[in-house]
Design a protein around this ligand. Structure first.
Ligand code: AMP
Length: 603
């Protein structure tokens, strides 16, 4: 499936279209400085904002049409949205509807900096991509397996219940992704492994993933708890807050700003960038930078020891995120003297690590180390795409019946305005007799006579609205009757097809081409295509499930467009042969190259 992943932040929006089967990135879009002087970037092309206002809506309403244009017809099967806080309400990814939006909105106070913006992105995207399922993937969801003893704060129970105060944990998509990647790399079932995953980026957290389930994690009710981070303090004595409130006359907002934006590495050393800290600590002998590095790695080691104790041992320790993936210094300082745990670092391997798309996992333990030490390139976007694809597939399975309504098309004509006027008089307009099942199509009151070398057929109905090309669709029997050999074609492909005379009440015309025997086909939306696992122009087989005879139609063409309604069209000969009634339905049997899969899925 092709999934559009949207990560909507306060000042930037990142979006990516990912094929979840082969992990291929089809398109990448970034919008920076969303609130002021915004610009939209696709790979190396930058677009300034074309309207005066800035803001998420203005930016995305320009970005989405560009994105669709650049996809050049590639279908998006689902949209995955990163949502930071799922609270108690969402223990896993969820298909978004109005109720889900409402609940996410009710969680705003748990993540005031993130959830409202995530929700804004969801609303704008749902307005634009109306027909596609949208999925919310929560940073907190992976940690829903935390046992009570790990998620409970030692605060009065009533207060915790009233305000939903508990430990939730974050970075779930990353911890989930790297723990599964580690299991795959070690060729061991994740249910047999005890892992410590260290996500060390601007935000930092650890998780203890015991037999596939997160049972401890260092972030809590908010992302503030735990490790030292770029600008967040991580664990501190809560008494400091009341002390500061009194001594410095600080408000709740002041304290929030201090702990989230001015603390951590930045608070200790003046910079939140680990690269600068490492450079300063070694080259300039900068005491503050050295201390920042020491406090950072000390806290990390402390947590690793604690998590090994919580799980009664550890099989692999995983480093990921900007720092975890790229800093041999941090990995070295964290992993030295962990022999007592069975983790023995190989310094040469550690300093040689360069992760890339082609080498996303590298180990850096000695051969005799019982504990595996791994650096893994995280891929949160792919993790969101994968969860979205799973849910889209699941939703399609549950909510959609795999039967296809079958309509028998009587002979008919699609007509241009010019031909209409030749046959019915200048300025003539089609009049609607009854609507057809395909949106905006109708059977007109007007009919024509078509004439072949042998015979003529009267009262051939015109279907509206008028089209850019004339096209007459008849059955094989009609062809024999008229004495014309018309090719079997898909609708719209009239080049070098047969011609005939057409007579109307006010004139006649000799069509050079336009007469075809319509190739039996199924109209469907991109969502239907995702359900059936087919793509535009695939050839499938359909077994008819109604009528007194069982019949399989081979060579059925799939036509996909957001404008279509699910329906198979056959001509009158085929309808008669199968003795189909008005409510006939078929099931998809197989597709080219996907036969057994589709057959299994649908029957
Ligand atoms: P992230 O939030 O995952 O993008 O990580 C951002 C953090 O990774 C910043 O603190 C960077 O300084 C840090 N980082 C990136 N590359 C390196 C590196 N080679 N050595 C140390 N830290 C790095």
């Amino acid at each position: 499936m092709n999934i559009l992943v949207i990560n909507c932040g306060s000042s930037s929006v990142k979006a990516e279209v990912i094929n979840t089967l082969n992990k291929k990135r089809l398109l990448k879009m970034t919008a920076e400085r969303v609130m002021d002087n915004a610009s939209i970037r696709f790979s190396d092309e930058e677009y300034p904002l074309s309207c005066k206002e800035n803001g998420h809506r203005a930016v995305l309403e320009q970005a989405f049409p560009l994105l669709v244009k650049k996809l050049n017809g590639t279908i998006i099967h689902g949209v995955g949205h990163r949502v930071v806080h799922g609270g108690d309400a969402f223990e896993q990814a969820v298909v978004i509807n109005d109720d889900v939006e409402q609940i996410i909105s009710s969680l705003n106070r748990l993540a005031p900096l993130h959830n409202p913006i995530n929700l804004k992105g969801i609303r704008i995207a749902r307005d634009f991509f109306k027909e596609i399922p949208h999925i919310a993937v929560f940073d907190t969801a992976f940690h829903n397996t935390l046992p009570k003893r790990a998620k409970t704060y030692a605060l009065p129970d009533e207060l915790c219940k009233k305000h939903k105060i508990r430990r939730y944990g974050f970075h779930g998509t990353s911890h989930d992704y790297v723990s599964q990647a580690a299991a795959d790399h070690l060729q061991t079932d994740i249910r047999a492994l005890r892992l410590i995953t260290c996500h060390l980026g601007n935000g930092c957290s650890l998780a203890a993933v015991e037999y596939g389930r997160s049972i401890e994690t260092s972030m809590g009710m908010t992302p503030l708890e735990g490790l030292v981070m770029g600008t967040r303090s991580g664990d501190i004595d809560a008494g400091i807050l009341t002390y500061l409130a009194e001594q410095e006359n600080m408000s709740a907002d002041n304290i929030d700003h201090l702990l989230n934006k001015e603390s951590g590495l930045k608070g200790i050393s003046g910079t939140n960038d680990m690269r600068d800290i490492i450079a300063k600590a070694s080259n300039e002998n900068d005491d503050a930078a050295r201390l920042a590095l020491q406090v950072f790695t000390h806290r990390l080691r402390k947590y690793i020891g604690a998590y090994a104790a919580v799980m009664g041992g550890v099989d692999a320790i995983i480093f990921t995120g900007g720092i975890g993936e790229n800093s041999p210094v941090v990995r070295h300082r964290t992993c030295q003297r962990l022999d007592f745990l069975g983790a023995i670092i190989n310094e040469d391997k550690n300093s040689a690590i360069t992760l890339s798309e082609d080498a996303p996992i590298q180990s850096f333990n000695m051969n005799h180390s019982r504990v595996q030490l791994l650096a893994i390139k995280t891929d949160e976007q792919y993790s969101i795409a994968r969860q979205t694809a799973d849910l889209v597939a699941e939703k399609n399975k549950v909510n959609t019946t795999p039967v296809i309504p079958i309509a028998v098309s009587a002979r008919h004509m699609h007509i241009t305005q010019e031909t209409l006027e030749q046959l019915f008089g200048a300025g003539y307009q089609l009049t609607e007799r009854n609507p057809l099942s395909q949106p905006n199509q109708f059977a007109a009151n007007e009919t024509v006579t078509i004439v072949g070398p042998k015979n003529k057929i009267e009262r051939v109905r015109i279907l509206g609205p008028v089209r850019p090309k004339n096209q007459i669709e008849i059955s094989r029997t009609d062809e024999f009757y008229l004495g014309i050999d018309a090719p079997v074609r898909e609708s719209g492909k009239t080049e070098n097809s047969a011609g005939c005379k057409v007579i109307g009440p006010k004139g006649e015309i000799n069509l050079k081409e336009g007469l075809i025997c319509a190739w039996r086909h199924i109209h469907m939306t991109p969502q239907d295509a995702a359900i059936f696992g087919v793509a535009d122009r695939d050839i499938v087989e359909v077994e008819v499930t109604e009528g007194s005879r069982s019949l399989t139609f081979g060579n059925v063409l799939i036509r996909v467009s957001p404008k279509y309604k699910l329906e198979m069209h056959i001509d009158t000969d085929e309808g008669n042969a199968a003795e189909l009634g008005r409510s006939a339905q078929g099931v998809l049997l197989k597709t080219d190259g996907k036969a057994s899969l589709t057959k299994k899925k649908l029957r």
